[in-house]
Ligand binder design. Structure first.
Ligand code: ADP
Ligand code: MG
Length: 283
């Protein structure tokens, strides 16, 4: 059974937006030495917008966006909303399948359209310009039509304003911070520099994120914070998995030990403080 002091501390945490699922999770929470944070939707605002479209010869920006949006209307990925919003119109799609961490494919107007990361899809002649967009902090997805690269779409998602302060506070608490992301290394490094995070691990597939947690946890207890379906394996691998509440996917919340109801990252150092104080009172 769970001691009453732990029940009280868990109840107090829930009042400031931190839902702790068990007494064991609360006690582990106070031992965390390192925080691994997903980038997209966790460190960033989750208001991505299309800010560049490059097209191959004979393809218009509007066509490329419509083909991509036909698939993305079926996805809950943060990039999908941005692409759907930017498209001039919406076409129907058949046989749509999404691959977590890679992208999405299906049939649009009789052609096979594929939209996804430059690691998964060759950029063709657009390749040299893709790197430039990434260095500006944009996430770039490539669009293929019948296996041919036809466009690159640049999407920008700003860092949440509280992130640099949260990273400084965690560092002052003696807690290390690592960024884990499926996004490319150039985009990730640009955002990490703005955040004040030195340790960046990019181009990770969902199972790579879980492996990175395993490696970090050899030096001490690790908390993982994420919000996507693709974060579920890493949340499960961490000593404490924290799902960002309101926008989090069900899979992420189920894999987590702790959920934040809101999306304010200042809850991270606040919850650590609370859990450490709780441990001192209990022990
Ligand atoms: P993150 O770790 O930043 O949340 P993900 O693992 O969700 O990133 O995705 C990694 C990459 O896979 C994205 O940057 C994107 O290039 C590609 N991707 C994933 N899902 C989609 C999608 N629905 N449409 C287009 N690209 C996608
Ligand atoms: Mg994510």
């Amino acid at each position: 059974s769970v001691p009453l002091t732990v029940v009280a501390a868990i109840g107090a945490a829930s009042k400031f937006g931190v839902i702790i699922k068990s007494g064991a999770a609360f006690e582990r929470f106070g031992t965390i030495r390192h925080v691994a944070v997903d980038k997209t939707g966790t460190l960033t605002r989750n208001q991505p917008a299309v800010t560049a479209v490059l097209t191959a010869d004979g393809v218009t920006e509007g066509q490329a966006l419509e083909w991509a949006a036909a698939l993305e209307q079926h996805s809950t990925h943060p990039l999908a909303a941005a692409i759907t919003a930017a498209a001039p119109g919406v076409l129907a799609a058949l046989d749509v399948t999404e691959q977590a961490g890679n992208g999405i494919e299906g049939i649009v107007a009789g052609s096979r359209i594929t939209v996804g990361s430059p690691r998964w899809l060759d950029a063709g002649t657009l390749g040299s310009q893709v790197a430039g967009l990434e260095e500006q902090g944009m996430t770039v997805v490539i669009v293929h039509r019948d296996e041919t690269p036809v466009a690159a779409i640049g999407v920008r998602d700003e860092l949440r304003p509280e992130v640099p302060e949260v990273v400084r506070t965690l560092t002052d608490q003696g807690v290390g911070v690592t960024m884990l992301t499926g996004d490319n290394a150039r985009t990730a490094r640009t955002l990490a520099a703005q955040a004040g995070i030195d340790d960046v691990r990019a181009e990770l597939r969902p199972e790579d994120k879980a492996a990175a947690i395993g490696e970090l946890s050899r030096a001490g207890s690790v908390a993982m914070i994420g919000d996507g379906i693709n974060d579920a394996p890493a949340l499960a691998a961490a000593d404490i998995g924290i799902a960002m509440g309101a926008t989090g996917s069900d899979a992420a919340i189920e894999s987590a030990d702790v959920a934040f109801t809101g999306h304010d990252l200042r809850l991270i150092p606040r919850a650590f403080d609370h859990a450490r104080r709780g441990r001192r009172i209990i022990n």
